[in-house]
Design a protein around this ligand. Structure first.
Ligand code: SAH
Length: 491
């Protein structure tokens, strides 16, 4: 290690900046955030700095640099584009033993500015010792993405309770206690903005920390459940919150639809439990399995564990997340729902099908293709033109779905597309028309998980199947629609 990273308290501390341009301004703005007392030495200031000087936020000395300007400064920054002047500033600062930073010049500097993730009071500083500021910034982006936006609130929550814990617990117990708080339910409640829940969990941990081990178990610390949407398959389509909570969970209950690459993002030492239902399961069995999942969630949470219930797509779109949430609420288990990218959105993006389109489709409907009791779906409404209908769970019933749409009045030439394993490397897209898509899907061996998209927009699918005349359909549909386009423009 070549430089020591430290955090300096600069409130009301004199800092001298040489240079009045944009580069100087960036450093000055950072120094203003920490309350430094800044004097700028420069014949002229850029407009932004002039404003700050006029507002009294900085002092301006309109002069050419002289070493005496540095007298009394605790930190010096040279931010001019004149190499010789920067070298003079550096030499003068070193002669006075004042730390100096010359912007973008490690050799002339005795300290440098790191890339910063600011979640005050929590601050992360990243440096590359001048080797690659770009790499440091990339690392910063990774950390920005990983740290919850509200982590500063968590730091304040803990800071406000340090003294009380110091008085209540022995030094040895304190560290274990804070680790449980930071990794536990109290922290995730703070991060979720649930102040009362956080305080409750904190008090419960504090009571438990005072007890012996045996007493602790019977005191029954309460865990929580995260109902997480894992997206359509590609692990990069997880949300930041899904990733954060996956990294925290002690147990992960996952479905058939959640691929290994997504599970890999969970904590290495988390217990992984497969609770998938096979599509072929009998209705009774499905029911039992769902009850089993309910029982497991409650069972683990009651052991004080944090349980990630990881579901394909979004938990609340054909995901039974609603039932799971109700079950948890009935049993008094705290839970958080994390939305995910539902299969229709993932498939649409990956197959190049805009679900709505100003000229072709004014609404999108997500429906189950699984046969329901008669009358459950309004086929007449689904058969109307200028809309998009996406069928989930329909691969085994393609003939029937298409026949029902046609019987309800849909044109046999309406474009349709099947997207299998959307967003995954094995993704396949076949497109055709309502008349032929079921046979085409069968011929190509399209199997679950797959979606059927019906509507003019399906003609835009970037098919890797046997595309036929659908592009023509689109062209005529666009021609028809563009006649009404002008009207829309004026609405
Ligand atoms: N909650 C999930 C849906 C679960 S129902 C979500 O929001 O996406 C299961 C159905 O979702 C499958 O039968 C299939 O129709 C669809 N599906 C899920 N993942 C898919 C994928 N990667 N590609 C295509 N369809 C998918």
């Amino acid at each position: 290690m070549d430089h020591l990273p430290i955090f300096l308290q600069l409130r009301a501390v004199p800092v001298v900046v040489i240079g009045g341009g944009h580069i100087a301004q960036r450093k000055i703005d950072l120094l203003l955030r920490v309350g430094a007392q800044i004097t700028v030495i420069a014949p002229r200031l850029c407009a932004a700095l002039e404003q700050r000087a006029a507002a009294g936020e900085i002092a301006h000395c309109s002069a050419l640099f002289e070493p005496a300007h540095l007298d009394g400064a605790r930190i010096v920054i040279a931010a001019t584009n004149l190499k010789t002047l920067n070298a003079q500033v550096s030499a003068a600062a070193r002669a006075r033993a004042i730390p100096v930073n010359v912007v973008d010049d490690m050799e002339l500097s005795t300290f440098y500015f790191p890339a910063i993730v600011d979640r005050s009071p929590l601050i992360v500083a990243i440096g590359s010792t001048g080797q690659s500021p770009v790499l440091a910034r990339w690392v910063r982006e990774q950390i920005e993405a990983l740290l919850p936006g509200t982590i500063g609130t968590l730091a304040r929550f803990i800071g406000a309770r340090r003294k009380a814990v110091q008085e209540a617990l022995s030094p040895a117990a304190r560290r274990a206690f804070w680790e449980r708080i930071v990794r536990g339910v109290a922290a995730s409640r703070v991060l979720a903005g649930d102040d009362a829940g956080a305080e409750h969990a904190y008090q419960r941990e504090l009571r438990a920390a005072r007890l012996t081990c045996a007493d602790r178990r019977s005191a029954g610390a309460l865990g929580e459940v995260y109902l997480i949407g894992a997206g359509p398959g590609d692990a990069d389509l997880l949300t930041l919150r899904a990733l954060q909570l996956l990294q925290q969970a002690d147990v992960v209950l996952h479905d058939r639809l959640v691929p290994a690459a997504v599970l890999d993002r969970a904590r290495r030492d988390a217990e992984r439990v497969f609770v998938g239902k096979s599509a072929a399961s009998a209705a009774d069995e499905v029911h039992t399995r769902q009850e089993h999942i309910h029982d497991l969630m409650v069972h683990y949470a009651r052991q004080g564990l944090r349980v990630a219930r990881l579901k394909g797509g979004d938990p609340f779109v054909f995901g039974r997340g609603g039932e799971e949430a109700q079950h948890l609420a009935r049993h008094g288990i705290p839970y958080i729902v994390v939305p995910g990218i539902t299969a229709a959105l993932g498939a649409a993006a990956a197959a190049g099908i805009p679900l709505t389109h100003r000229q072709l489709s004014h609404s999108v409907t997500l429906v189950t293709g699984h046969p329901l009791e008669d009358g459950a779906l309004d086929w007449t409404a689904l058969a109307r033109p200028h809309q998009t209908v996406v069928f989930y769970m329909g691969t085994a019933y393609l003939q029937r779905i298409c026949a029902q749409l046609r019987a309800a009045g849909a044109d046999e030439g309406v474009p349709a597309a099947l997207i299998e394993r959307a967003t995954l490397p094995e993704q396949r897209v076949v497109s055709g028309t309502l008349a032929g898509i079921a046979a085409l899907g069968q011929r190509r061996g399209i199997a679950a998980p797959a979606l059927l998209v019906v509507g003019e927009v399906a003609a835009l699918a970037q098919s890797n199947g046997e595309c036929d005349t659908v592009k023509e359909t689109l062209q005529s549909a666009t021609r028809q629609a563009s006649a009404t386009e002008d009207l829309h423009e004026h609405c």
